[in-house]
Design a protein around this ligand. Structure first.
Ligand code: NAP
Length: 309
């Protein structure tokens, strides 16, 4: 048997904290990236119960970690234990990546750039001046809503099953847009419930429709985030679904049947990881390596690990 020399005394440490985390494909993604880039870095999953969060975060610094990712339910609460937070992460109100350097812990949000980077790469366009509709008003909706406003969307409509949450998110994003120095602010930011016929008109005038709800996600693969009466699309519209399991949701199938460009969330998941890796190493990954890594990542994501028992 050949000795395993992948981890040695010089190996840099990174990983993921969350609760639960067994379902995560991030360890495979990051360790594959390190392998491809010939970097001596290891990424490990760390299941942290809520009462242990402060000691776990300070422990990672004491143990000399280069950084770590943060997932549900700690993306907001981890901010209390960091020294610095990037402007974008502060505006979004969530951190998913922490870099530890010279004893300073700085938080970033790479979900936002992961989404925007994947969107640009896979659709060949951006949000400038576009009429954007977001379905959902949870954590991912907040991240994406702030990002599209920072990227100069022309108009933003948020539609959610629970109307109150859509209204609150629209209000928050309006306030954030008002506070930023970005000169091109959306002409309108609205929130609403799933009410016909209002949403039919909103969907009809959209350029880009982004599903951030978990409706249609495995195992409820027959579900769709919009009622069928509102699912009348135009071929010029772009439909982005943050779900990646299944690779093609009912919503994406329906969008493709209207001739729309449809994109799933796998690229977002991949690119948030790439952005975190770049933050930790200070090294930009080439497009060539990204293509190779994405091919490997597709296989990993097609066979995700089982969740916590
Ligand atoms: P969250 O904060 O819990 O929000 C869930 C949202 O989905 C809420 O707006 C909720 O509406 C809505 N929703 C849930 N079930 C629904 C249903 N059956 N019909 C209509 N609306 C429904 O969750 P999150 O963290 O934002 O995650 C949302 C989705 O994004 C998940 O599928 C997750 O896997 C995916 N995601 C993907 C990536 C990626 O990299 N691709 C990254 C992060 C998250 P109510 O307010 O009415 O409850």
């Amino acid at each position: 048997m050949k000795a395993d020399g992948r981890v040695n005394g010089k190996t840099r440490l990174t990983g993921l904290i969350g609760f639960p985390i067994a379902h995560s494909v991030s360890p495979q993604l990051h360790n594959t990236l390190s392998l491809l880039l010939h970097e001596n870095i290891i990424y490990i999953p760390m299941k942290v119960p809520p009462e242990e969060l402060p000691t776990a975060v300070s422990g990672l610094k004491s143990l000399g970690f280069s950084g770590f990712n943060v997932t549900i339910p700690y993306k907001a609460s981890v901010m209390d234990y960091l020294d610095e937070i990037s402007t974008e992460a502060r505006l979004i109100g969530a951190v998913n990546t922490v870099k530890i350097e010279n004893g300073i812990m700085k938080g970033f949000n790479t979900d936002a750039e992961g989404f925007a980077g994947a969107f640009r790469t896979e659709t060949g366009t951006d949000f400038k001046g576009k009429n954007v509709v977001i379905l959902g008003a949870g954590g991912t909706a907040r991240t994406i809503a702030v990002k599209v406003v920072l990227e100069a969307a022309g108009r933003l409509s948020i539609i959610n099953r629970t109307a109150d949450k859509a209204l609150r998110l629209a209000y928050d994003v309006m306030r954030i847009a008002g506070d930023t120095v970005n000169t091109t602010k959306p002409s309108e930011i609205t929130g609403s419930g799933i009410m016909l016929p209002d949403i039919i008109a909103i969907i009809d005038s959209a350029d880009i429709i982004i599903n951030t709800t978990s409706s249609g996600m495995y195992p409820d693969t027959e579900d769709c985030p919009l009622p069928s009466e509102a699912c009348i699309l135009k071929h010029r519209q772009i439909v982005y679904d943050v779900i990646y399991n299944p690779a093609e949701t009912q919503f994406l199938k329906m969008a493709r049947s209207f001739g729309c460009t449809g994109v799933n969330g796998l690229g977002m998941l991949f690119r948030q990881g790439v952005a975190a890796h770049e933050i930790w190493t200070g090294r930009k990954i080439t497009e060539e390596t990204l293509i190779e890594a994405f091919t490997a990542f597709r296989e990993i994501a097609a066979n995700p690990p089982e969740g916590d028992e």
